[in-house]
Every structure is written in C-alpha cells, then in structure tokens.
Design a protein around this ligand. Structure first.
Ligand SMILES: NC(=O)c1ccc[n+]([C@@H]2O[C@H](COP(=O)([O-])OP(=O)(O)OC[C@H]3O[C@@H](n4cnc5c(N)ncnc54)[C@H](OP(=O)(O)O)[C@@H]3O)[C@@H](O)[C@H]2O)c1
Length: 321
C-alpha cells in the first residue's frame, strides 16, 4: 500500500510517499481503508521532533512512528478474530492516538480505539476534520464546567480547536468572544461568535472580571496574563504544554479560586459520539481550509507550518489501481 513515511525529523521534505506492506488485522483489530486524513498542528510539530521533551515518546534521535496521521475517515474492510462492534463496510472516523498511521491507504486499530461510525450526513473529508479539533474543544470546555449564559473567550478562534470551540460554546448557550486576526473575523462570526477581537490591535487582558472561561487554544497566553480578566471562579484553559501551564494547573487545583487547566485529550470515544450527534442534528460543522491529495503531503505540511491555517487541512487518500 501507499503511505507517507518519515525516517528523520525536519522540514516537510522528510516526508516521502512509499510502498509499504498492507497491515493484516490481529485478533481484536479492525482493518480500515482510509479515505481521508488531515495535517494537524501537532503533527507538524511531531515531524520536526519538537518540543524536545516530545522526543522522549517520539524517539530521541529518529522518529519511532514512521507514518504520522492522527485523524482518519474510511471504511472497515477487515476484521481480526473476535473483533467486536464493527462490520465490513462500516463508514468510520476517529483518532489513531500515539500509534499514528493515518497517512496511509490502510490501518489496523484495536476495536476499542477512538473510532466510531461516521455522522450519516458527513463526507469522508468532513469526517476527518471532525476529530481532533472538536473532541479536544469539547474535552476542555467540559473540564471548565461550561454552562448556558457563561461568557467565554476563545483565543486562536480560527484554528482547528478554535473553530470547534466557538461552535460548541455557542451551542451550550454561552456568549462567545472570538480572538483572531481581522481576516478571520467573518469566519468566527459565521460560527456563532457574539463579538470578535483582533489580537493585533486590541488587548483583551485590559478587560477586568469579564469572562467565565478563557480558552487559549494556541498556547500564546498564560494564566498570569489572563487571571485579571476572569471573573470568579473563572477558568483559564490551555492546550499547549509548558512548565508555566503545568505549574499553574497544579497551583490552582485546590480551593475555590480561579483555575488554570492544562490537560491532554487522548481517549476520545465519548467526545466523538457527542460530536457525531451534534453534526447529525445540524448543530456542528467541519471547517475545512484546504484539501490536498496524499501525494502532496509535503505541501500540506508546509501550509500548516505557516501557523495560519483556518480550521482544518484535509488530505484525501486515493485507491486507484
Ligand atoms: N492538549 C491537548 O490534548 C491537545 C490536543 C490537540 C491539539 N493540541 C495543541 O493545540 C494547539 C492548537 O492546535 P490547533 O490545531 O487548533 O491549531 P491551528 O489550527 O494550527 O491554529 C491555527 C490558528 O492559530 C492562529 N494564530 C497563529 N498565531 C497566533 C497568535 N499569535 N495569536 C492568536 N492566534 C494565532 C491563526 O489565526 P490568525 O491567522 O487569525 O492569527 C490560525 O488560524 C497545537 O499546539 C496542538 O499541538 C493539544
């Protein structure tokens, strides 16, 4: 089968389309013919072997996982002995987790993986864009105990987690302020934002006691910077790991004061089910910026490296011949 392989860390040039053996499902596994995957900000970092502490898991000098790919949509084409919950032909979407492997024509995953039936009204491209951003957004907003009437500020509102957060917080009945650059204001408003702020010309941290939740989806802020803008017992959420984020999370874990929360969304089954239902009810949609074929994976990564993608970058996986 075709796959995009990387043997070393570096620029998008390290990604190579190669023929590798098609996997065979072991007991308890399902074989998926992948139709679409994506390039997330996290994979662009994994390709580079950054941050350095990530290499403790990814491989110190060379990547242990040669085929990246965290999100996928496709169909079940094989079942290992005893695999439950799926049948041949099921259209599925989900998250490969630390195993990766989505940049390929086929993948085997355990039947317990974060993979479920696709929303009936979604294409493969849309389904691949409904995994990491929306499930991570939901995971964090639930951690903050979001409720109707909350004032929620989403920083990085035009990214993958950001576009999902604006939609989800709005559907929970919160009043959403979206922070992103001016060219992305119309997008944020179309997703439900009540107010938009351009971080290049306006500093929201001057607003005191203004928000119940500040969701830093791109890790560009800090608890110390946002604390004054939270109204008690507000919550600062951050998706990107740093010493400051971990220290603030530990420091504020106890007591009734304002909280900082950094966490990792890994098992995504519960969130996937909820997102599927929201999509089928017309309450959530995939935000797709660009679509590339598998053979253009380098271009897709180069675009994500700009840090300016809007929503999600999807990669289609062909099966001709
Ligand atoms: N903790 C977890 O479980 C978890 C799970 C998934 C992902 N993550 C991490 O979450 C982070 C965000 O992921 P993502 O996929 O949502 O990102 P993304 O889609 O790549 O974010 C792109 C957006 O970032 C905005 N941006 C760039 N620089 C900015 C700045 N200085 N200030 C404000 N906005 C800025 C851009 O908007 P403008 O062009 O409008 O500026 C762009 O639309 C990544 O670091 C990823 O590794 C964590």
């Amino acid at each position: 089968m075709q796959a995009v392989v990387h043997e070393r860390y570096g620029s998008p040039e390290v990604l190579q389309v190669r023929e590798i053996p098609t996997p065979i499902p072991k007991p308890g596994e399902i074989l998926i013919r992948i139709r679409a995957t994506s390039v997330t900000a996290a994979e662009a970092m994994m390709r580079q072997g950054k941050p350095w502490f990530g290499r403790l898991v990814l491989g110190l000098t060379r990547p242990k996982r040669k085929v990246l790919g965290l999100e996928l949509a496709g169909e079940v084409v094989g079942l290992g002995d005893g695999a439950r919950g799926f049948k041949i032909g099921d259209r599925v979407f989900g998250f490969t987790g630390f195993q990766c492997g989505g940049y390929a024509q086929y993948i085997c995953v355990p039947d317990t993986a974060s993979i479920i039936a696709m929303p009936v009204n979604a294409s493969y491209e849309e389904a691949a864009a409904l995994v990491d951003g929306p499930t991570t957004a939901l995971f964090f907003l639930r951690k903050a105990g979001i409720k109707a009437g909350d004032r929620v500020l989403v920083y990085g509102a035009s990214g993958s987690i950001g576009t999902a957060s604006v939609q989800l917080a709005t559907s929970f009945g919160a009043e959403v302020t979206a922070v992103c650059s001016a060219p992305n204001h119309a997008l944020a408003q179309s997703l439900g934002a009540y107010r938009v702020i351009d971080y290049r010309s306006e500093d929201f941290t001057r607003e005191k006691d203004a928000y119940d939740i500040i969701f830093d989806t791109v890790g560009k802020l800090s608890f110390a910077k946002c604390r004054g803008s939270l109204r008690k017992p507000g919550c600062y959420l951050v998706t990107v790991m740093s010493v400051e984020a971990i220290a603030a999370t530990l420091w504020t874990a106890f007591g009734a004061g304002k909280k900082a929360i950094f966490a990792m969304s890994i098992n995504k089954l519960a969130e996937l089910r909820e997102i599927k239902e929201l999509v089928e009810r017309g309450k959530h949609r995939a935000v797709i910026d660009r679509v590339y074929p598998l053979a253009a994976m380098r271009d897709a990564h180069a675009y994500v490296d700009t840090g300016r993608k809007r929503g999600n970058v999807v990669v289609t996986v062909g099966h001709d011949g």
